[in-house]
Write a protein that binds this ligand. Structure first.
Ligand code: GLU
Length: 569
């Protein structure tokens, strides 16, 4: 039995990130992990990950891997923890204190539970749910909070009877009736008066430890010296402290982090995505789901109950159909939207910590050197998406073109494989060169250029003011000069006769045409061409766009545009 506390390294602090694997890694969790990592790594210590899966079985593996992938993408690697092979082939994790999945540590918790029971510091409690409910009601009638207390020894006969009735006991900790002072390096200290903490459960009926018990045992055995975690655990710390005392464990230093909020003060939650979608559905007064998004059944259930959430894939499909941007909440959402991991880390660090001296832009190396509990903010940070996008834009603008192309390719391989398949390497590279200047995210080159993927006969031309104006639909130029549509008709002929389909050849042909027929105004020619091949007035530089679309497609699209605009008059 591992009763002796494991030795703590004299070399530096040990921190841990201990996610419960439910779904994806939320930005709040990512910030906790980042701070824990920075604190330990900046002081020559160790950062470890432990998966707190005592509520679910290891069926949560997929979620754990999702968490690990998200952390690795952020550049946060762990010295100990679940084993994970990073995309670059590095094996991360492992270590002498495993398993790092709590669901695989049950015998360890059982030994410590038994020790407490043997010492009279914990006891089996056989109450049925009905009995507990009755006690709760009594307390309410007395206008008191219900706090479970030791109800006397259970005799051998009672025990036998309970067993015969099929009851299964929980194990409760006999909490000492003393005042407990929580020492917190971030929020400051707080004292809970004696009697505030009840005899809480440490082993559930299913034999699993409760969170409180597992966390205390694991922090000790894994040699954790500093616990930095979400504020919601602040009062739990009192329970952890009394358990540590009873088990003879050392006490880590604690710091609790306030939550990250939306600018309107609401909690950043995945429900925010459903909110945006519901609003769009209402505005568009849709009565049925757009084709290929969610099933009629899901739609009815979702619209009928504000608490129902769509699954991520359905939400993404619906957002695309409704042309709305889903608010990013989880790390993976930001990744999918094309944010850079170093920008996310920088921004998350600023949401809760400040290096002082008005320094705003820094990398994880800087954070690691400077991070300490002393400059962690006590009040909730407000997540300013506009500022985050500005940070991302700055980083992309400042990136070497080859690096931008490399990162976009990785992004596309994962989230936009259609572009890779459709464009091939050379055109993909051209799209990157053409788009870097106006991209705010790694996804912008794809998000804004959907026309590149559309079949020629499926390209839709937007019937809006800017398009009508550029083509001269409904209002031919008063001076009798050629309208945009007429330029397009004429240019169709010029383009068809070109012997080469390169930016230079296209530009020089259009320049010559414009000199003769558009008073040298290349824009008067370029814009109708842009509409012709992309369906709208926004695209990468026109000559690049024409090369990207290719000669045959460009001509076919222009023909369709001419027919479409001609029909509009
Ligand atoms: N598993 C807990 C959570 O996900 C973390 C607990 C801790 O850090 O002590 O909130």
């Amino acid at each position: 039995m591992q009763t002796d506390p494991s030795p703590r390294p004299s070399s530096g602090p040990v921190t841990r990130f201990a996610p419960s694997p439910s779904g994806h890694l939320h930005v709040g969790g990512a910030r906790t992990a980042l701070f824990c990592w920075a604190f330990a790594k900046g002081r020559g210590g160790k950062f470890l990950i432990r998966i707190e899966d005592t509520d679910q079985k290891r069926s949560s593996d997929a979620a754990s891997v999702g968490f690990l992938k998200d952390l690795d993408w952020l550049g946060i690697r762990w010295d100990e923890g679940p084993e994970y092979t990073a995309p670059d082939g590095t094996l991360v994790g492992g270590g002498p204190n495993g398993s790092y999945f709590q669901s695989e540590r049950l015998p360890i918790y059982a030994r410590y539970t038994e020790k407490l029971v043997a010492e009279g510091k914990a006891y089996e409690a056989w109450d049925s749910p009905e009995e507990l409910e009755a006690m709760r009601k009594e307390a309410t009638a007395r206008k008191e909070a219900f706090r479970y207390r030791f109800r006397g020894e259970v005799t051998a006969e009672e025990r036998a009877r309970y067993l015969a009735e099929g009851r299964v006991p929980v194990v409760r900790f006999r909490t000492p009736q003393v005042a407990i002072t929580i020492q917190d390096e971030v929020l400051g200290d707080a004292t809970l008066p004696a009697g505030e903490v009840d005899d809480f459960v440490i082993r559930k009926k299913d034999g699993f430890p409760t969170y409180h018990f597992a966390v205390v045992v694991d922090d000790e055995l894994m040699g954790v010296t500093h616990v930095l975690r979400a504020q919601e655990h602040f009062t739990n710390t009192a329970k952890h402290m009394v358990l540590q005392d009873a088990l003879g464990f050392r006490r880590p230093t604690y710091g609790h982090l306030s939550i990250i909020k939306n600018p309107d003060d609401s909690k950043m939650s995945k429900r925010d995505k459903d909110k945006v979608l519901r609003k769009a559905v209402k505005e568009k007064a849709l009565s049925a789901p757009p084709a290929g998004t969610v099933t009629a059944e899901e739609w009815t259930k979702w619209l009928g109950d504000e608490n129902v959430q769509l699954d991520l894939d359905g939400a993404i499909r619906l957002a695309e159909a409704l042309k709305v941007q889903l608010p990013e909440i989880n790390v993976d959402d930001f990744r999918r939207s094309g944010y850079l991991p170093e920008v996310i880390c920088n921004f998350l660090a600023l949401n809760g910590w400040s290096p002082g001296h008005d320094i705003e832009k820094f990398d994880n190396g800087f954070l690691k050197e400077r991070f300490g509990f002393d400059r962690v903010m006590k009040t909730p940070a407000k997540f300013d998406r506009v500022k985050l996008l500005a940070f991302n834009t700055d980083a992309i603008t400042g990136m070497a073109p080859a690096e931008f192309a490399r990162r976009c390719r990785l992004h596309a391989d994962q989230y936009r494989p259609d572009y890779v398949a459709r464009l091939g390497d050379a055109k993909f590279a051209l799209l990157m060169t053409a788009c870097q200047e106006r991209s705010k995210t790694l996804d912008d080159p794809f998000r804004t250029n959907g026309f590149l993927l559309v079949a020629d006969d499926a390209l839709a031309f937007s019937d809006d003011k800017t398009v009508r104006k550029a083509l001269g639909i409904g209002a031919a130029p008063a001076d009798g000069s050629r309208s945009g549509l007429e330029h397009l008709r004429a240019m169709r002929g010029v383009l068809a006769g070109l012997s080469e389909w390169t930016q230079a050849a296209l530009e020089s042909a259009a320049t010559a045409y414009a000199a003769e027929h558009a008073q040298g105004k290349i824009g008067a020619v370029a814009q109708p061409l842009r509409i012709g091949v992309s369906g709208g007035t926004v695209s990468p530089p026109i000559w690049d766009t024409l090369v990207l679309v290719g000669r045959a497609s460009a001509l076919a699209r222009i023909d369709r545009c001419i027919a479409w605009a001609g029909a509009l008059g």
